[in-house]
Write a protein that binds this ligand. Structure first.
Ligand code: ASP
Length: 342
């Protein structure tokens, strides 16, 4: 009898490739043969069951995949101690953030990982990422999961998923979490950063999933030279219910009358506008400069130190879940899964 059981779900991405010994080209790796390829996984004393999706490059991910993953976790929740999801790195932070908001009352680890170099290539980073992700998903203390969160493991660091961003297409430490410390750091041993790990507020509640996402959202990154006509055209797209406004620095945007007027009109039409900084680290504080105060005055909501990936997926989930604007706004302004600092 093994110590823990893990459901390993493979969705695609670079991690799933190996070199064909005959032709030398990269071909998909069959994760069902995982123990043949990586016999040392047996040493983990973990039962691994593998589920393979039709592999896709994560650039093709849509919310349908997030819903499929959420349902799969719910259906298998009582049969496994934890879940490891192999995913392409390009949109991993979006999928992992979305899942963090879609899974309610989670008490088991859901660990996303992938790799920059295919798993079948000698110098791969995927082997270590996979093994450690499984080990973390299986880790328990006094029968309780050590990390009962949706998280992302990459290159020796475990992060809260909804705090991550892919920052490098080249370096093996492809992800960062500028506004929240790692949940674990891996060297010779795995050091869990326990005070920063979120525990369920009231244990023994059953897992609920939210699968009614609203994709009527838009990310607008402002830049010097953005014209009134371009901006207004974006704001008037039919069906848009929420906008992530990526602003400068501590949440600053032009004070030009046309800009303020256009945002004001959008808000009056019922569109939710959230202010998220373009900076990878730091927080929006709209009260700091006149350029931020104007936004606050017209009803723009501060995203504080949320990432764009978390903001856009949180908005999709909340818009789909809460018909009442008041309920939605309360949750949007506060941290519901540790995505915003107190
Ligand atoms: N394009 C790949 C993907 O995101 C990159 C990777 O997996 O690293 O699916």
């Amino acid at each position: 009898m093994k110590n823990a059981s893990i459901l390993l779900i493979y969705t695609g991405g670079t991690i799933g490739m190996k070199t064909d010994p005959q032709t030398g080209v990269l071909v998909p790796f069959d994760f069902n043969d995982i123990y043949d390829e990586f016999p040392y996984l047996r040493k983990l004393n973990v039962d691994i069951e593998v589920l393979t999706f039709k592999p896709i490059d994560s650039s093709n991910v849509t919310p349908e995949l997030w819903i499929k993953l959420a349902r799969l976790i719910q259906d298998n929740y009582h049969s496994f101690d934890g879940f490891v999801i192999l995913h392409g790195t390009d949109t991993m932070s979006y999928t992992a953030s979305a899942l963090s908001f879609m899974l309610e009352n989670l008490e088991k680890p859901v660990v996303f990982t992938g790799s920059q170099i295919p798993i079948g290539v000698l110098r791969t980073d995927g082997r270590e990422n996979l093994i450690t992700a499984v080990e973390i998903a299986a880790a328990k203390k006094d029968g309780m999961a050590l990390v009962p969160e949706v998280c992302l493991y990459f290159q020796n660091r475990l992060f809260r998923a909804n705090r991550t961003t892919k920052h490098s297409a080249e370096q093996l430490n492809a992800f960062r979490s500028d506004n929240y410390p790692p949940l674990a750091e891996v060297g010779v041993n795995i050091h869990y950063n326990t005070p920063f790990i979120k525990r369920p507020s009231s244990p023994t509640q059953s897992l609920d999933i939210i699968t009614t996402l609203d994709t009527g959202v838009l990310i607008i990154k402002i830049f010097p030279g953005l014209t009134e006509s371009t901006f207004r055209a974006m704001l008037s797209i039919e069906g848009i219910r929420g906008i992530i406004l990526e602003t400068y620095g501590a949440g600053n945007a032009p004070t030009a009358e046309w800009f303020i007027q256009a945002v004001t009109e959008a808000i009056h039409q019922g569109i939710i506008v959230i202010n998220v900084t373009q900076c990878p680290g730091g927080s929006v504080s709209m009260e700091m400069y006149e350029t931020g105060i104007r936004l606050q005055e017209i009803g723009v909501i501060s995203g504080h130190d949320i990432t764009t990936e978390a903001a856009v997926t949180k908005l999709m989930v909340l818009l789909g879940r809460y018909p009442s604007r008041e309920e939605l706004l309360t949750r949007l302004k506060s941290s519901i899964r540790g995505e915003i600092s107190d």
